[in-house]
Design a protein around this ligand. Structure first.
Ligand code: AMP
Length: 318
């Protein structure tokens, strides 16, 4: 683990900086990436700072990416935010720079990079970027930085709902508001769903299979995606919904991919589910993880494993 001042020193040393984040980015991935980029650009206007990765249609209002050529990587400092393992970095060339830094809040299973800073107690990677800026003198928290970090925190805390939300998270968000960011704009955009997504939520409740343990599973297959004419990102966006049900303690949402396999979203109110995700080619936080299932049989296998986890958790009285 490195200190914020060591990371700040590296940022100071490099003229070319490329900031990357994970594939299928969420607001925290994009917010931490752009918030950091803006802070560096404002502190060092002469540096070249590029944002790499694919654009996400539904989140273009928050951030769009730069064209990053192979040549841009030459002698560059590459910083990766919000990405636990190298396979999930949204640019295979992440190692083609001169120096690599990881900044993240997921469990540090893959300790990549020449320098790294990981804080699993932070609500989000955006909160860590705010902490970095607060501690090092060159970087400043401005409105143009805070806007993106706020979106990241709101996204990863489910609007300050999830247990990772701490007093510090609230203090940091309060500082953003004090700068006069347009929080209303972010909140409205992040709360908004399309009519098709609302219909999907209804379908999700209809399809949700709830075991008496409190484990639940719902499958969103290609036929439903086609019927509602939604993107896969929109399908992914309803994943937190079952958590509102009194009867549900931990749940799986299986979203069918083009190749017929399933992207698995795992969520929990208490039982730890990231070990289950790891067993199925995934990973993530103790209460929010992602994984893959090759077919419906593997989805069912994961559901049975989840039932076991939930039963064990409540039997132990945790
Ligand atoms: P998702 O269900 O895709 O929204 O992912 C939930 C959380 O788990 C997010 O914080 C992801 O970054 C993380 N996550 C998802 N898939 C993986 C993976 N394969 N490895 C590590 N972390 C993951």
């Amino acid at each position: 683990m490195n200190s914020f001042s060591e990371i700040a020193q590296s940022i100071k040393e490099y003229d070319k900086i490329i900031i990357l984040r994970h594939t299928n980015p969420d607001p925290d991935a994009l917010g931490s990436q752009r918030g950091l980029a803006n802070a560096i650009k404002e502190a060092y206007p002469e540096k070249s700072v590029l944002l790499g990765g694919n654009n996400v249609e539904g989140l273009k209002w928050l951030s769009t990416m730069d064209e990053v050529s192979d040549d841009n990587f030459k002698d560059a400092l590459v910083i990766v935010t919000d990405t636990a393992n190298t396979e999930r970095i949204d640019d295979d060339r992440y190692n083609n720079g001169k120096f690599l830094i990881k900044i993240d809040h997921h469990p540090n299973d893959d300790q990549y990079g020449d320098q790294l800073f990981v804080n699993t107690d932070a609500s989000s990677s955006s909160e860590i970027i705010a902490d970095l800026i607060a501690e090092v003198s060159d970087l400043k928290l401005t409105k143009n930085v805070a806007y993106y970090l706020y979106a990241g925190i709101v996204g990863d805390t489910g609007r300050f709902l999830y247990p990772a939300t701490t007093q510090h998270t609230m203090n940091v968000a309060g500082e953003f508001l004090a700068l006069g960011i347009d929080a209303k704009d972010i909140n409205i955009k992040m709360n908004e769903i399309t009519l098709a997504q609302a219909k999907l939520q209804g379908e999700l409740f209809n399809r949700l299979k709830i075991d008496e343990s409190g484990a639940a599973v719902a499958v969103i297959d290609q036929a439903l995606i086609d019927k509602l004419n939604i993107t896969r990102e929109q399908a992914n966006s309803v994943v937190s919904t079952p958590g509102r049900l009194h009867e549900v303690h931990a749940w799986l949402e299986a979203v069918e991919k083009d190749d017929g396999t399933f992207r698995m979203h795992l969520r929990s109110q208490g039982p730890i589910i990231n070990e289950l995700a790891k067993e199925h080619n995934g990973g993530g936080h103790p209460l929010a993880s992602g994984a893959d299932a090759k077919d419906l049989a593997e989805v069912e296998e994961m559901f049975q494993e989840l039932i076991q986890i939930v039963n064990d958790y409540y039997k132990k009285g945790e």
